[in-house]
Design a protein around this ligand. Structure first.
Ligand code: RFL
Ligand code: PHB
Length: 390
C-alpha cells in the first residue's frame, strides 16, 4: 500500500486528523490497535474548550455536538464543605466551554469516516514505524493474520500514551518531563440528571468533581488512593463520599442511582520533546499527558491536530514546509501552557498525602484569594476556556 500520511491510532487525535485531511483531499490511512467498539465505549473526557468546538465545527463534524452538547458559562469551585465560588467563564472571557462526551465525538468522527470511505483499519497488530528520518518512511502491521506494509511521506503518531510512535524517537534525541501525583480519580457514570453546572470541590476528605454528559447522564469523580480497586468502592460508598466532600446544599441536589461504569485513573503530567523526528509527527497523548483536573487532554489533542493538519495542508497545496518545521515548537508552546494550568488546578484542589500544615494553609489562602479577586478569577477562566492556538 502507498499513501501520503499514515496515521497511527484512531482516538480523537487520529480520527480528527483523518477527517481534516479528507476534507483537504490528502490521501491517508488510519491504523487502530483496538476494535471500533472498544474505542467507542472507553469513557474519558467530557469538556471541550471553545477553540476545540470551532475546530470540530470547521472539520464538518460539529452538528450533533451543537445539537446535543451543553454549553456552560460557569464552573463552581467549592471548598471546606461550605464555600462556593462560581467562576463566570463567559462574563470574564467572552468564551464558554462545551460539555460533550469524548465517546460522542469519537462516534461522530467514525460515522464521518464511514461516509468518507476512509481506510480505517481496526485491530491492527504489531504496528511498527520504520525509516522515519528518510524520505521514504513506512509502517508495518499485521491484520487478519496477514503482514502488511504502508509506504508514505509522513507518519502521524496519534497512538496515545502507550503507543509505539514516541519510542521511535531515539532516546538521545528525546527529552521527557514527568510528574506522577500520589492519588487517582475514581469516576462513575450514572443515568441520573446532572447538576446544572460543573462543581470542583476541595475538602479535607479529598477532591471531588460533579460533571455531566447529557440531561439523563451524569459523570462524578472522587480523589482516591491510587492503590484502591473499584471493588473497594460500592455505589453507596461512592455517593456518600462525594456528598461528604461537598457543601450540604449542593450534595442535597445530587440525584443518585446505580453506576453504569466505574473506573480508577492515575494522575500524571508528562511531556516528550520534540514532537517531530524526521517525517514522524506526534499529536495528542502520544506526546503529552495532563491530569484531568484542568480538562485539557482532549483539547490538546484537538489543538495539536489543528496545527499539524494546517501544516500538512500547506505542504501538499504548494510544497510549503514551514508549518511542518514549526510544528513541534508551536504545539509545545501550547502544551506547556496547559501542563502548567492542569498542574496548578490539581495542586489547588486535591489533598496531597503528607502535605505540611504550611502547604495546607497556602492552598486555603489561594482559594480565598480567588474568591476575593476578579483578576484571579479571570486568570483561571481564560486558561480554563483555552488559550489561543499559537
Ligand atoms: P487516545 O484517546 O489514547 O487514542 C490513541 C489511540 O491509539 C491507539 N493505539 C494504537 N493504535 C495502533 N497501534 C498501536 N501500537 C497503538 N497504541 C495505541 C489506542 O487504542 C487509541 O485508540 O489519545 P488521543 O487521540 O491523543 O486523545 C487524547 C484523549 O483521549 C485524552 O487526552 C483525554 O481523554 C483526557 N481527558 C480529558 N481531556 C479533556 O480535554 N477534557 C476532559 O474533561 C478530560 N477528562 C480525560 C478526562 C482522561 C481521563 N482518563 C481516563 C485518562 C477524564 C479521564 C478520567
Ligand atoms: C468529565 O466530565 O469527565 C470531566 C470534566 C471536567 C474535568 C475532567 C473530567 O476537569
Amino acid at each position: 500500500m502507498r499513501t501520503s500520511v499514515a496515521i497511527i491510532g484512531a482516538g480523537p487525535a487520529g480520527a480528527l486528523l483523518s477527517q481534516i485531511l479528507h476534507n483537504a483531499e490528502i490521501d491517508h490511512v488510519v491504523l487502530e490497535r483496538q476494535t471500533r467498539d472498544y474505542v467507542l465505549t472507553r469513557i474519558r473526557a467530557g469538556v471541550l474548550e471553545w477553540s476545540s468546538v470551532e475546530v470540530i465545527r470547521a472539520a464538518g463534524v460539529g452538528d450533533r455536538m451543537d445539537a446535543d452538547g451543553d454549553a456552560h458559562d460557569l464552573i463552581n469551585l467549592a471548598w471546606g464543605g461550605k464555600h462556593v465560588l462560581p467562576v463566570q467563564l463567559k462574563a470574564l472571557t467572552g468564551r464558554q466551554m462545551m460539555a460533550y462526551g469524548q465517546t460522542e465525538l469519537q462516534q461522530d468522527l467514525y460515522e464521518a469516516a464511514d461516509r468518507n470511505g476512509t481506510a480505517l483499519i481496526f485491530s491492527a497488530e504489531n504496528v511498527a514505524v520504520h525509516d522515519v528520518t528518510s524520505d521514504s518512511p513506512y509502517v508495518t502491521f499485521r491484520h487478519n493474520g496477514v503482514d502488511e506494509r504502508i509506504d508514505c511521506d509522513y507518519i502521524a503518531g496519534c497512538d496515545g500514551f502507550h503507543g509505539v510512535s514516541r519510542a521511535a524517537i531515539p532516546e538521545s534525541e528525546r527529552t521527557e518531563f514527568e510528574r506522577i501525583y500520589p492519588f487517582g480519580w475514581l469516576g462513575i457514570l450514572s443515568e441520573t440528571p446532572p447538576l446544572p453546572h460543573l462543581v470542583y470541590t476541595n475538602h479535607e476528605r479529598g477532591f471531588g468533581l460533579c460533571s455531566t454528559r447529557n440531561p439523563m447522564l451524569s459523570r462524578y469523580y472522587v480523589q482516591c488512593p491510587i492503590e484502591d480497586s473499584i471493588d473497594d468502592w460500592s455505589d453507596d460508598r461512592f455517593w456518600s463520599e462525594l456528598a461528604a466532600r461537598l457543601p450540604t446544599h449542593i450534595a442535597n441536589d445530587i440525584v443518585t442511582g446505580p453506576s453504569i461504569e466505574k473506573s480508577i485513573a492515575p494522575l500524571r503530567s508528562f511531556v516528550a520533546e520534540p514532537m517531530r523526528h524526521g517525517n514522524l509527527l506526534l499529536a495528542g497523548d502520544s506526546a503529552h499527558i495532563v491530569p484531568p483536573t484542568g480538562a485539557k487532554g482532549l483539547n490538546l489533542a484537538v489543538s495539536d491536530v489543528h496545527l499539524l493538519s494546517q501544516a500538512l495542508i500547506a505542504r501538499y497545496a504548494n510544497g510549503d514546509t514551514a508549518g511542518l518545521d514549526q510544528y513541534s515548537s508551536d504545539a509545545l508552546h501550547r502544551v506547556w501552557a496547559s501542563v502548567r494550568f492542569s498542574w496548578w488546578m490539581t495542586t489547588l484542589l486535591h489533598r496531597f498525602p503528607g502535605a505540611t500544615d504550611f502547604e495546607q494553609r497556602m492552598q486555603e489562602r489561594e482559594l480565598e484569594y480567588l474568591a476575593s479577586s476578579a483578576a484571579a478569577q479571570t486568570s483561571l477562566a481564560e486558561q480554563y476556556v483555552g488559550v489561543p492556538f499559537v
